[in-house]
Every structure is written in structure tokens, then in C-alpha cells.
Write a protein that binds this ligand. Structure first.
Ligand code: C5P
Length: 295
């Protein structure tokens, strides 16, 4: 029965989601809070590309995870994995018993300031809501996301946004010229844990973030974690310098707690030329070309 065959094939097709790489166009640290987290003001933007996640249902109620891709070796598939933690947290919220066979293709370097783990967790929540046919309220989903990490709530929508608090206050913003802007990410092959970079912040409040254009992001935006990250990984200074001297660069800065740095370019041609030059000069550095995700 041809009709039956088609049905079987459709059911076997995995559902997929992209875990979009996050960049902090600016990251202002305002204060260390009593709970140990830091009060931030940041503009988050997302690449069109990132890790890839797929899922198929499992009738036995088990949640399993396979990891492949260029950075799979840096990750453990065990219970600490953010994909597993996100899946378990959603399953628990739903009362338990939901099964899924998950596969993560790890394209982004681990512990690199572009939200890989956070984006993976957020993509897992989006994907499993579809797979399991559930629609938790935005509030419930945000609370689950925040329990997994400070950046996970913003990664749920993966839209350009102003982010405050420790990461849970999120407001969509529009920045002229940003949507679709050619983007280059460069990591010097160094993993930095977020906690120690925050701990090295010099506790000087350099002021809030007021940026509504790429120009004002350049002139008044900062990444206040840059000097702390630089003291742990001095090569970051070389990455930023090599991005800033490229033709057609609009803005170049470190993202998050590093060590990945990003640059926005006038044109895709400028971006591709910069990527080729940097890859030739530094064969050990990781580069990824993309565009700013627009919705
Ligand atoms: O929230 P998440 O687990 O991703 O954060 C990792 C670490 O980064 C925290 O344990 C904390 O040391 C630091 N952090 C912070 N302030 C934030 C976010 C993260 O100090 N707003």
C-alpha cells in the first residue's frame, strides 16, 4: 500500500532546529549582585547559523542524546549536558514520561562566548515542544530556560534584543542596518569558562548602554569582560586587532565572556575577504561566516 509507505517515511523524518550562535554587540556589566551573578545591560544578536539539533519520538519514554560534528569531542553526553538538562526539565514540567532520541551536531566551539550551550538548551526546548505537541506559556518556558542558564531565555526567541537583569529581562529592539548584516566569528582556539571571566571583572561600573544604531554601538558600546578575558587569554587582543584592520569592517568586539570575537561588515565580499586573510594568517583559529538573523 503506497499510502502506508509514505506515512511510515514521514513519521521517521526527524524534526530539526538550529541553535543560533549568539553575539553580544555590547555587554555592559553594572554591578555584582548579592546572589553572585552580575547585573548586565547587553544587546544580543544572533547569527543565521549555529549548532543543529534533531529529534525523533521514542515510545519507551527514554531521552537519549548523540553528539557529532566538528566540536563533538569537547562535550559530554552525560546528565550535565545542557541539551539533556533542557529535555529533562521540560519533561518534568510536563509531568514526565516523554521520550525523545536527540542528535546534536556541534558546529560551534565549546565555552567560547557565543552561547553554544545556551543556544543548544533553547533549541532543545523549542524542538521538544514541537515534537511532543505541547505549548507551555511563554512565562513557564522562560522560567525553565532561566533555570538552565542566564542566556537561555534570550536564546529562546533568538531575536536581536536588549537584555538586562542577569539575562532574563528581554526586550526586542531594532537597530538600523543590522538585519542581515554580514558577520564573521573568530575564535583563537581557546576555551574560557564564563564564571572565572566574570570573577575577574574589576567592579568598576562604566555606565549603562544606550545604543540604537551600529554607529552608537561602536562609539559608546563596550564589552566590559574584555580586559578580564584578555588577562586569561592575551591572544584575544590579536583577534580583535586582526578583525579591526580588515577592509569594510563596521564593528569588531569580543562576544560574551570570550574568547570568540565578531565583526560586522559592509558587504559579504568584505567579510569573505577578511575570513580568507585571517584563516591564511592563523590556520589554528576557527572562523565562521554568517549574517545577523532577522525576523
Ligand atoms: O547562568 P550561567 O550558568 O550561564 O552562568 C555561568 C556563570 O557565569 C555563573 O555561575 C556566574 O559566575 C557567571 N554569570 C554572572 N552574571 C551573569 C551571568 C553569568 O556572574 N549575569
Amino acid at each position: 500500500m503506497p499510502h502506508h509507505d509514505v506515512m511510515v517515511e514521514a513519521a521517521a523524518m526527524p524534526m530539526t532546529e538550529t541553535a543560533y550562535a549568539k553575539i553580544n554587540l555590547a555587554l555592559h556589566v553594572r554591578a555584582r549582585r548579592d546572589d553572585g551573578y552580575h547585573a548586565l545591560e547587553s544587546i544580543f544578536a544572533f547569527a543565521e547559523d549555529g549548532d543543529e539539533l534533531s529529534a525523533q519520538p521514542r515510545d519507551d519514554g527514554a531521552i537519549t542524546l548523540l553528539i557529532d560534528g566538528p566540536f563533538a569531542a569537547g562535550l559530554d553526553v552525560g546528565g550535565d549536558n545542557l541539551v539533556m538538562r533542557a529535555a529533562r526539565a521540560l519533561d518534568a514540567y510536563l509531568g514526565g514520561g516523554h521520550g525523545a532520541a536527540l542528535r546534536l551536531t556541534k558546529n560551534l566551539p565549546v565555552a567560547s562566548g557565543i552561547g553554544g550551550g545556551s543556544a543548544d538548551a533553547a533549541a532543545t526546548l523549542r524542538l521538544l515542544c514541537r515534537l511532543w505537541g505541547v505549548t507551555p506559556s511563554a512565562e513557564a518556558l522562560s522560567a525553565i530556560a532561566l533555570s538552565l542558564g542566564s542566556d537561555v531565555p534570550a536564546c529562546l526567541a533568538s531575536r536581536t534584543s536588549f537584555v538586562g537583569g542577569r539575562g532574563e529581562e528581554i526586550a526586542d529592539i531594532h537597530i538600523a542596518g543590522l538585519d542581515g548584516a554580514p558577520l564573521l566569528l573568530v575564535n583563537p582556539g581557546i576555551a574560557l569558562s564564563t564564571g572565572p571571566v566574570f570573577a575577574g571583572w574589576d567592579r568598576e561600573d562604566r555606565g549603562g548602554l544606550l545604543a540604537d544604531s551600529i554607529e552608537s554601538l561602536v562609539s559608546s558600546g563596550r564589552n566590559d569582560l574584555e580586559s578580564s578575558a584578555l588577562s586569561l587569554a592575551p591572544v584575544i587582543a590579536d583577534v580583535i586587532a586582526s578583525l579591526r584592520r580588515q577592509h569594510g569592517v563596521l564593528l569588531a568586539r569580543m562576544s560574551g565572556s570570550g574568547a570568540t570575537c565578531f565583526a560586522l561588515f559592509h558587504t559579504a565580499c568584505d567579510r569573505d575577504a577578511a575570513a580568507a586573510l585571517i584563516a591564511a594568517d592563523h590556520p589554528g583559529w576557527w572562523t565562521m561566516t554568517s549574517r545577523i538573523r532577522s525576523l
